[in-house]
Write a protein that binds this ligand. Structure first.
Ligand SMILES: Cc1cc2nc3c(=O)[nH]c(=O)nc-3n(C[C@H](O)[C@H](O)[C@H](O)COP(=O)(O)O)c2cc1C
Ligand code: FES
Length: 638
C-alpha cells in the first residue's frame, strides 16, 4: 500500500444494513477519521451492496487497488479499520469477506477447533491485532485474492438495474451524474422524438418486472397513441409480495435512476405529471426519493422546461398503507385518486382510461431501472443479455433456507441450479433442497427436477409458477409443503379486498381445507375439492389476486401430493412442522435430569429425578421447548 492513497469508503445503509447496525458503524468510522485528522478518506452512505447475509458491510475503494469488502462490521471494528487501513495503510484481512471465507474453509478442511486458532479473532471485535500470538497462522500473511468479483456469489451476477447500488451515495445527485446519470434524459429530450424513445424500448424487448411481464414499449405506445395532453405516469413501488425487496433496494440505493426513467417515459407518452406510489412502510426509500426529487428540481432536471427542451414534468409521491391488493394497477389508481384501493374490471385498460379517467401508464420500479441504460447503450446491448423472449436481467430476493441470502441480479436464462448453488451456496447445515418458491402468493413451488431449466417469464409459467416480482424462497427438507400452502393462503385471505365473491369466499374455503389437512382432520376427497375450487377461483375472480391465489396450493398438490397424503391418511407431518400432528416422546436415553420439566410451560412432563420422564400428550402443546433443551437428545418427535 502506498502512503498518501485516497480512500473512498462506502457503508451499506439500505434498510438491510441499517437494521444490522450500519449507522453506528458509519458514525464511529466518521468520528475516528475526524479525530485522527485524516484528510485522505471520504466515508459515504450507500445502498444495498447485495450480500445481505454479511451486513453491516463497508467497502473501500482506492485508485489502483482491489476493492476491499469488510463484513459483519461493528463500530469497534470500524475504528480498527480506520486506524490500521486508512491511517496505517494496512487492511485488516481478517475482517474481509475473503478472510472470513478462508477462515471458514480452514475450519472445515482442517477441522480445527475455532477457539484454538488466531482465525477465531474474526468475530471478536474487541480483539486487537497485537493480541494474536505471532506463531499462529494469520489470514493477513496469506495471499488472498481480494477481487470479490471472483467469488461465486458475484461472478454469475450481472448488474444492470443495480449497477449503482452499493457504489454511489443515493442522497447525492452529483454521484449519480458522475455515473452518466440524466444523460439518457438529455439524449431523449434533446435528440430523440417521442416515438423514437418508444421504438428503442420496444426494440429492447423490455418486459415489465412487476409480475405479468408485459412488453413495456408496447404499453407506452398505447398511451402515446391516445389523443390529448392530459396523461399520467405512475411508478408502482408498492412491493407487497412477502419476501421481495428489490424495488425497495433500488429506491434506497439509486432513486435518481427511477426518477430519470419516469421523466423519459412521461416525455415518450405525452404526460406531464407522474406519481410514485410507495408504501409508507418504506421510510428510507421515501426519504431518499424526496431528497432526490428536490435535487432534480433544483438542477432543472424536473419541473418546467427541463434542460431547456420545452418539456414540463412533475413528480409527486403518494404513500400507500401497505395493502397487497393496492399493487394491482386498477386498485392502485383508485388509491391514488383517494378512494379505497379496490380493483375494477379491465378493459378499459389504464393505458386508455386510468387515473382520473385519463390515459395512464404504470410501471414497476425495476422495469424503470432498465430504461435509462437502454436509451444510453441501445436496444441491441439489452437484447444481448438474457433469453430471446425475456431479454435483460432479473433481480431476485433470495431468501429462506439458503447460505447466501440477499439480492442477486442475474441474466434471464440462468438456471435455478446456478442461482441456488453457485450464487446462493446451497442450503445451510448440509440440509437437502426440497423446493423453490417463486412469484410470492401468486406463484408456486418448483421441485428440484427443474433445477436446470433456464429461468425466464415463460418457462416459470410453464411449470406452474411465475416470475412475479422476484421473491425466491428456498425450502429444505425441514419445510412442510402443506404448511407452506397454508402460509400463502393465510396471506391472500387477509389481503383479499372483498369486492368479488370468488376471491373473498374462495380463498377462505381453500384455507379452511388446507388447515384441516395440516391438523390431521383432512379427508381424501379434500384433494379433489382443493383442485376444483382452485380452478374455479382462477377462472372467476375479478383480479389477479384471486386468480393466482390458488397457485401455491395447486403447485404443492401437483408436486408434493405424497405430503398431503401423509397428513390425510397417516395423520403424520413428514417434515415435523404441523404442530397438531406432532408428538413428543421421551426415550430410554433420558437420565432424569429434570431439565425438560423446567422447560415445559404447561407442566406436561413428569418424572422422578434420575428416572426416565414421561410426556402427557393431552397436555402437551407441541411447543418443542423440551426437545430443544434436552442435553441428552432423549426426546424424539414422532
Ligand atoms: C394483487 C396484485 C399485486 C401486485 N403488486 C404489485 C407490486 O407490488 N408492484 C408492481 O410493480 N406490480 C404489482 N402488480 C402488478 C401490477 O398490477 C402491474 O402489472 C405492474 O405494476 C405493471 O408494471 P410493469 O409492466 O412494469 O411490470 C400486482 C398485481 C396484482 C394482481
Ligand atoms: S382482491 Fe378484491 S376480491 Fe379479490
Amino acid at each position: 500500500m502506498n502512503a498518501g492513497n485516497h480512500y473512498r469508503v462506502v457503508v451499506g445503509m439500505a434498510t438491510c444494513g441499517l437494521s444490522a447496525g450500519a449507522n453506528y458503524v458509519y458514525q464511529s468510522m466518521k468520528k475516528e477519521v475526524e479525530s485522527l485528522g485524516l484528510t485522505n478518506v471520504d466515508i459515504e452512505v450507500t445502498g444495498c451492496i447485495g450480500s445481505c447475509t454479511y451486513e453491516p458491510i463497508v467497502e473501500v475503494f482506492c485508485p489502483g487497488e482491489e476493492k476491499i469488502s469488510y463484513i459483519f462490521m461493528t463500530p469497534e471494528k470500524g475504528v480498527q479499520v480506520v486506524k490500521s487501513h486508512f491511517a496505517g495503510h494496512k487492511p485488516i484481512y481478517e475482517y474481509t469477506l475473503q478472510g472470513y471465507q478462508m477462515a471458514k474453509a480452514f475450519e472445515e478442511e482442517l477441522s480445527l477447533d475455532k477457539t484454538n486458532i488466531a482465525l477465531s479473532s474474526l468475530d471478536e471485535s474487541e480483539m486487537e491485532m497485537d493480541d494474536i500470538p505471532a506463531s499462529e497462522p494469520l489470514i493477513r500473511d496469506l495471499k488472498v485474492d481480494l477481487d470479490i468479483t471472483h467469488l461465486p456469489f458475484y461472478a454469475k451476477q450481472k448488474r444492470v438495474v443495480m449497477h449503482n447500488c452499493g457504489l454511489i451515495n443515493p442522497e447525492d445527485i452529483n454521484e449519480y451524474i458522475a455515473m452518466d446519470g440524466y444523460f439518457a434524459l438529455a439524449k431523449s429530450l434533446l435528440e430523440l422524438k417521442r416515438l423514437e424513445v418508444i421504438d428503442i424500448i420496444m426494440a429492447s424487448g423490455l418486459r415489465g418486472r412487476g409480475g405479468a411481464g408485459f412488453p413495456t414499449g408496447v404499453k407506452w405506445k398505447f398511451a402515446y397513441q391516445e389523443p390529448g395532453d392530459e396523461k399520467y405516469f405512475i411508478c408502482n413501488a408498492d412491493e407487497g409480495d412477502p419476501g421481495a425487496f428489490m424495488d425497495r433496494s433500488l429506491l434506497e440505493g439509486d432513486p435518481h435512476s427511477v426518477i430519470e426513467a419516469m421523466i423519459i417515459a412521461g416525455y415518450a407518452i405525452g404526460a406531464h405529471q407522474g406519481y410514485i406510489y410507495v408504501r409508507a412502510e418504506y421510510p428510507v426509500a421515501v426519504k431518499r426519493l424526496n431528497i432526490a426529487l428536490d435535487q432534480a428540481k433544483n438542477m432543472g432536471l424536473l419541473g418546467k422546461n427541463i434542460l431547456g427542451s420545452g418539456f414540463d414534468f412533475n413528480i409527486d409521491i403518494r404513500l400507500g398503507a401497505g395493502a397487497f391488493v393496492c399493487g394491482e394497477e386498477t386498485a392502485l389508481i383508485a388509491s391514488v385518486e383517494g378512494k379505497r384501493g379496490m380493483p375494477r374490471n379491465k378493459p378499459p385498460f389504464p393505458a386508455h382510461s386510468g387515473l382520473f379517467n385519463k390515459p395512464t401508464i404504470i410501471n414497476n420500479v425495476e422495469t424503470l431501472g432498465n430504461v435509462a441504460q437502454i436509451i444510453l447503450k441501445g436496444a441491441s446491448w439489452f437484447t444481448a443479455m438474457g433469453t430471446q423472449k425475456s431479454p435483460g436481467t432479473k433481480v431476485f430476493a433470495l431468501g429462506g433456507k439458503i447460505t447466501n441470502t440477499g439480492l442477486v441480479e442475474v441474466p434471464m436464462g440462468i438456471t435455478l441450479r446456478e442461482i441456488i448453488y453457485d450464487i446462493g451456496g446451497g442450503c445451510p447445515n448440509g440440509k437437502e433442497l426440497k423446493a423453490i418458491q417463486t412469484g410470492g402468493p401468486s406463484g408456486g413451488c418448483i421441485t428440484t427436477k427443474y433445477l436446470d431449466l433456464p429461468i425466464d417469464f415463460d418457462n416459470l409459467t410453464s411449470i406452474g409458477s411465475m416470475m412475479g416480482s422476484g421473491g425466491m424462497i428456498v425450502m429444505d427438507e425441514d419445510n412442510c409443503m402443506v404448511d407452506i400452502a397454508r402460509f400463502y393462503l393465510d396471506f391472500t385471505v387477509s389481503e383479499s379486498c372483498g369486492k368479488c365473491t370468488p376471491c373473498r369466499e374462495g380463498t377462505k374455503r381453500l384455507l379452511e381445507i388446507v388447515t384441516r389437512i395440516s391438523e390431521g382432520k383432512g379427508k381424501l376427497s379434500d384433494i379433489n375439492l382443493l383442485e376444483d375450487l382452485g380452478q374455479h377461483l382462477k377462472d372467476t375472480a375479478l383480479c389477479a389476486l384471486g386468480q393466482t391465489a390458488p397457485n401455491p396450493v395447486l403447485s404443492t398438490l401437483e408436486n408434493f401430493k405424497d405430503e398431503y397424503l401423509a397428513h390425510i391418511v397417516d395423520k403424520r407431518c413428514p417434515a415435523h412442522v404441523c404442530k397438531k400432528l406432532l408428538g413428543y416422546e421421551i426415550t430410554d436415553d433420558c437420565r432424569g435430569c429434570t431439565k425438560c420439566v423446567r422447560y415445559c410451560p404447561v407442566h406436561a412432563i413428569t418424572g422422578k429425578p434420575l428416572a426416565k420422564h414421561h410426556i402427557d400428550p393431552d397436555l402437551c402443546i407441541r411447543c418443542g421447548a423440551c426437545f430443544e433443551g434436552c442435553a441428552f437428545h432423549a426426546i424424539v418427535v414422532k
